[in-house]
Design a protein around this ligand. Structure first.
Ligand code: BES
Ligand code: MN
Ligand code: MN
Length: 456
């Protein structure tokens, strides 16, 4: 083991340089103009797997962005771990708020700054480097390892879902545990295993008033303004207690158990510190629940964007023809994103005034997940992160979503180990994304210890 650890120590600079090259590829999955970058990025991941000694690799074409696969299966009678990560990243706008070029990584203050530094290039790369450390020193791994990197996580993972449901996919990805680093630590330096993620239902609501933009003086007061009306409709989606008003919305939402309430309390979440970090005067949300309960166990509804009319500089007196809102709901077990999208659509239609027409479009979604903590793989992971960070492991749920996790668990009938390494303050999906190099190193060691623990 010492040799393996020593290799990490001696090669950390090299690993960081490779990560920088990986980050330089602008693999924004949602933008059509980056389609070729997605291919370049997939090839980069495959080449890196080859360079560490993974001989069997392939790029799997899909209707969307390619999947990258690699395997090392020479550990006889040992379990197989599937390492999953995503090589796609979110768009970089608003670009003017970045202190440095989003695709030219900079190392500063012990962190690497760039789009994808945390989510998920930096986090997922640790497992490739952990395997490298084994293969370059011991020429073998303690367990069998399969790698699967996708390029559509940020847009709903539909190609991977299709692949996973096919016989080919299920056979290829067969494993005893799925290892994922794409979540957060509970705090800096705190070893964390996450056992729950929220799901997601995402919709677009378009409201049309008059058939064309009108002069707001000649027509304002006589013809409905779709922006005004849409704002009223959105406001009605919550009551004064912060509860969502969609009928039957909470039907499947389980009560927080006493045990879980106690576990959350033991985490000593600091509301004041949290509010201060994000410069808000106070926290808000559904009445009657603690902050961690609201973030991890309760569903939410948020307007992610709203547009229409005149949004440029200066002033234009216009009564717009259209208004659009992007609305998403974070879901908890056992809510079904498709069903939630249906009841949302039905309800928002009833809120529409006669003066406007409504069009609702369902976008991507994802299922919520909670995994049992007593699985052998999760115990091995918990001990591994504790050893690497030198502290007792804490168990968290998360407010974010990784839609494919449920599909993995369902199709492969294996537990998902969520060994997150990011921090909530890393600015993922936001300007100035960064990732701690200390977490990067600890992550590599965690992965090394995990593979070893899990083989026993
Ligand atoms: N890595 C995140 C999910 C995440 C972030 C989980 C922080 C826990 C803590 C992932 O890349 C992500 O952004 N997921 C999307 C999914 C959506 C686009 C379907 C999300 O949660 O918004
Ligand atoms: Mn991610
Ligand atoms: Mn993301």
């Amino acid at each position: 083991m010492d040799k393996v650890i020593k290799y990490v120590d001696e090669n950390l600079e090299k690993f960081i340089e490779e990560l920088k090259d990986y980050i330089r590829i602008p693999s924004i999955s949602t933008l059509p103009e980056n389609k070729n970058d997605m291919i370049t990025c997939a090839k980069f991941v495959e080449a890196n797997l080859k360079s560490i000694g993974i001989k069997t690799t392939k790029i799997i074409k899909t209707d969307g962005h390619p999947l990258v696969y690699g395997e090392w299966l020479q550990a006889k009678d040992k379990p197989t771990v599937l390492v999953y990560g995503h090589y796609d990243v979110q768009p970089i706008d608003p670009i003017e708020l970045w202190d440095t070029d989003p695709f030219e990584p900079v190392v500063k203050d012990g962190k690497i700054w760039a789009r994808g530094a945390d989510d998920d290039k930096g986090q997922s790369f640790v497992h490739i480097k952990a395997v490298e450390a084994y293969l370059k020193t011991k020429k073998e791994l303690p367990v069998n390892v399969k790698f699967l990197f996708e390029g559509e996580e940020e847009i709903g993972s539909s190609s991977l879902e299709t692949f996973l449901k096919s016989k080919e996919g299920k056979d290829l990805l067969k494993c005893e545990a799925i290892l994922i680093s794409d979540t957060s630590l509970y705090g800096e330096g705190i070893p964390t295993i996450t056992y729950g993620l929220r799901g997601l239902a995402y919709l677009e609501v378009e409201l049309t008033g008059p058939n064309r933009d009108l002069h707001s003086g000649s027509f304002g007061g006589a013809i409905a303004n779709p922006i005004n009306e849409l704002a009223k409709m959105i406001a009605k989606l919550h009551d004064e207690n912060g509860t969502i008003t969609i009928p039957n919305f909470y039907d499947e939402v389980p009560e927080v158990t006493k045990q879980e309430k106690e576990n959350f309390e033991a985490l000593k979440f600091n509301d004041k510190k949290f509010a201060k970090e994000y410069k808000v005067a106070e926290l808000s949300g559904e009445k009657g629940f603690s902050t961690l309960e609201r973030l991890w166990t309760r569903p939410t509804l948020d307007c992610n964007g709203i547009f229409g009319g005149f949004t440029g500089e200066g002033a234009k007196t216009v009564l717009p023809s259209k208004a659009t809102a992007k609305i998403s709901m974070r879901l908890v077990p056992n809510q079904d994103p498709k069903k939630v999208a249906k009841i949302f659509t039905k309800y928002i239609k009833t809120l529409t005034p006669k003066s406007c027409k409504i069009k609702v479009t369902e976008m991507h979604g994802g299922n919520p997940v909670v995994v049992p903590l007593d699985d052998k793989a999760i115990v091995a992971a918990s001990e591994a992160v504790s050893k690497s960070f030198g502290k007792k492991t804490v168990y968290t749920r998360e407010g974010g979503s990784i839609p494919i996790v449920v599909e993995f668990v369902k199709q492969l009938k294996s537990p998902a180990v969520l060994m997150g390494l990011g921090l909530d303050t890393d600015n993922i999906h936001s300007p100035n994304e960064h990732f701690s190099l200390k977490s990067f190193e600890r992550g590599i060691l965690s992965s090394i210890y995990f593979l070893d623990n899990y083989s026993k």
